[in-house]
Design a protein around this ligand. Structure first.
Ligand SMILES: Nc1ncnc2c1ncn2[C@@H]1O[C@H](COP(=O)(O)OP(=O)(O)OP(=O)(O)O)[C@@H](O)[C@H]1O
Length: 681
């Protein structure tokens, strides 16, 4: 499989620059459509990809080769190019034209082989031209001629196909056939690149590259790229985006913005009434934003339930230990097994997330989670409780990855930060409302009641998800793609670094506040509550900032500023409660909200077919980071006889160092990466 990488490409004609510092990745095994206004440089880009136009600077890489280093013969066996206006000698027959496609495969003095003949016949068959094989090309209709050129390209049997507006003269039936043919070619692993003007056909592509005056305006799935804002910017048109039955976007151009709006002329009354009726949206149509809000609320509620299930066990430790007659070590294993199972399930089961319908996957995993929570509430002994926690953790890990994949699939990039902020505010809500309510329920009827309550709440939510979650088919090409590509794999390291730095400090905060700083237990619950509230409020705000200024920039800023409370809090001496509370809140807000731009940044870089698996491994990476960090911090700190935490400042320095290294990694990845979205910093 050969993908194409355009790196800092500048190209033009004489003094005129057409493509300006363009960097973009064109994946293999998919249909990529290049869109943009007339003259923005689409054909020039395609010609550069075919090495028919020499760039002024920058390069195009084909798989592992720089395009310029390939011999002409090697290139023509790899890349087929169909120009916008191909020219053929007068009188050339269709079969002879198609046979020209075999040229790169034929050696000097070698006879026409049966393989060549088969390739030509197959190409004629696929383009529905067998009956015209012996007819001169110039006696065919425009659309038939276009298909003949396509047949020539198919006979060339190259792994990369570049087509400049291949369907511009085809009737709807042949257009759909062409798209099905391109789909079949992409499904065999070929790289298919088409220049398109037809935005309705663009929804059939897997990946869109939108150019604006020779620069990358956007890049992503049709759902991500085809927005009303972008179409206004690219084409200067007012448009609406509707949804096809498969939920892909259908562009309806309404009017060019530089043409005056039509002057309303009075209509006969009956026509006016009809027009008004027609203009009203049907009662059943739901505005896209309402749908999006509902989706985010459901996902936030989903996160809330499994976070609560995880978080509420810890403060119930004393009662659970009494109930099962176990010590702190065995209780610790109840907490640890949850994270371990989450990591293992994410590593082993991530592939599930890219198969079939994500909604069905989430409902199945959530059923498992509900069963596990009920099993926890009714556990008769320590072993069954341990098994129930492992099952809950395994399901929760995969649910977490699936939630992020659903956001990536369903929310356009310009609003993803906000969406992730909304869903992640579940964490703050859990601390402010969930855990205290759970503890209150436990005080009424024992430690099992909160788990019964979580199971009941989850069962209700399951019904809400069953009816409220849109179907979300994972990509059909899910099994392809390179997950281990270095810039993707380093994304896991970035998540690891961010979580590792935080968890060097977080698990020991209780001991630090109470043991070292002398904060009374009832004050501590207030401090935690305020920090939870501040995190809840900041989450959406940080998400908005990520959308507005770019996820990478906001993440870098949060990482840099979080170093201050890392060092401050870990070196804090006993002092006024208000000061302690303030530093603590600053720490919690800056540390926990880093996950928002980090997630938005990560998911914008992952090709859609790999999202589920990628995010699952990311969950495993953050689980591992939290466990490893807590363990490492345990080695460098100790508790003295008075209960004060010793050498906690070492954890602070280590966290600051790890944060700086991770910041360096972010900068390096940003510099070398291909921008998926021009709006991303
Ligand atoms: N051979 C050439 N010599 C000089 N200028 C050229 C040449 N070919 C293209 N251009 C100019 O380069 C710019 C980009 O052209 P290109 O054909 O790449 O645009 P495009 O996006 O494919 O447009 P369209 O949608 O109209 O096909 C245009 O301004 C065009 O006039």
């Amino acid at each position: 499989m050969l993908d194409l990488r355009v790196e800092n490409l500048c190209a033009g004609y004489g003094a005129k620059t057409v493509l300006n510092d363009l960097s973009v990745h064109i994946p293999s095994g998919r249909i990529t459509a290049i869109v943009g206004a007339n003259g923005c440089g689409k054909s020039t880009l395609l010609r550069c990809l075919a090495r028919l136009h020499r760039p002024a600077s920058g390069q195009v890489r084909l798989g592992n080769h720089e395009l310029g280093t390939l011999s002409t013969a090697a290139l023509s066996r790899r890349v087929g190019f169909l120009p916008q206006f191909p020219q053929a000698p007068a009188g050339l027959r269709v079969a002879s034209l198609v046979a020209l496609g075999r040229h790169p495969h034929r050696r000097l003095l070698h006879r026409w082989s049966s393989e060549d003949e088969e390739a030509v016949q197959e190409a004629l068959r696929l383009t529905d031209l067998t009956e015209f094989a012996q007819q001169p090309l110039d006696t065919l209709s425009g659309g038939q001629r276009q298909r003949a050129w396509l047949a020539m390209m198919l006979a060339q049997s190259t792994p990369v196909l570049l087509l400049d507006e291949p369907g511009s003269m085809l009737d709807p039936g042949h257009q759909l056939e062409l798209l099905a043919l391109l789909r079949a070619l992409a499904d065999t692993g070929r790289t298919v690149v088409v220049v398109l003007h037809d935005l309705i056909a663009a929804r059939h592509a897997d990946w869109l590259v939108a150019l604006d005056h020779g620069e990358l305006a956007a890049c992503g799935t049709p759902g991500e790229v085809l927005t009303e804002d972008l179409l206004r910017r690219l084409y200067g048109i007012d448009s609406r985006i509707l949804r096809a039955p498969d939920d892909s976007p259908v562009v309806v151009p309404l009017r060019a913005l530089n043409t005056p709006a039509p002057v309303p002329r009075p209509l006969p009354r009956s026509i006016e009434a009809n027009a008004k009726r027609a203009a009203k949206p049907p009662a059943t149509a739901e505005p896209a934003l309402t749908k999006e809000r509902r989706l985010l609320l459901l996902l936030a509620a989903l996160q809330f339930t499994h976070l609560l299930d995880y978080m509420v066990l810890m403060p119930l430790g004393a009662e659970v230990m009494r109930a099962f007659d176990i010590g702190p070590a065995r209780f610790g294993s109840l907490v640890g097994v949850y994270t371990l199972a989450s990591a293992l399930a994410s590593l082993a089961g991530g592939r599930l997330l890219d198969r079939g319908d994500r909604k069905r996957t989430v409902l199945t995993l959530y059923s498992g989670f509900i069963v596990a929570t009920l099993a926890c509430a009714t556990a008769a002994g320590f072993e069954s409780l341990l098994a129930a926690r492992a099952l809950a953790g395994g399901c929760a890990g995969l649910i977490n990855a699936a939630v992020m994949a659903i956001i990536a699939d369903g929310i356009e990039p310009a609003r993803r930060g906000r969406a992730i902020g909304t869903v992640m505010s579940a964490f703050g809500l859990c601390a402010v409302i969930g855990v205290p309510t759970g503890l209150w329920l436990a005080s009424l009827g024992g430690w099992r009641i909160p788990f019964f309550a979580v199971a009941a709440l989850s069962a209700l939510l399951w019904i809400g998800l069953r009816f409220g979650l849109p179907r979300a088919p994972a990509s059909a090409v899910a099994t392809r793609g390179r997950l281990t590509e270095s810039s993707l794999a380093l994304g896991w390291l970035l998540s690891f670094g961010i979580v590792f730095a935080g968890f060097l400090i977080v698990p020991y905060l209780g001991a630090h506040l109470n043991g070292t700083l002398g904060v009374a237990l009832h004050d501590m619950s207030w401090i935690y509550l305020c920090a939870g509230l501040a995190t809840f409020l900041a989450a959406r705000w940080i998400g908005r900032a990520a959308d507005r200024f770019g996820a990478a920039r906001v993440l870098a800023l949060l990482m840099l500023t979080s170093i201050v409370p890392h060092l401050w809090l870990t070196q804090l001496q006993p002092g006024p409660l208000a000061q302690t509370a303030l530093v603590f809140m600053l720490f919690m807000v800056l540390t926990s909200t880093r996950a928002i731009p980090a997630s938005a940044w990560l998911i914008s870089r992952v090709p859609p077919p790999l999202r589920g698996r990628y995010l699952a491994i990311n969950t495993a990476s953050t689980d591992a980071a939290s466990g490893l960090a807590a363990w490492s911090a345990g080695l460098i700190t100790s508790v003295d006889a008075s209960g004060a935490l010793q050498h906690f400042e070492r954890s602070g320095w280590l966290a600051a160092g790890v944060t700086l290294l991770t910041l360096g990694l972010l900068g390096w990845l940003q510099l070398r990466s291909t921008p998926k979205l021009a709006t991303e910093s």
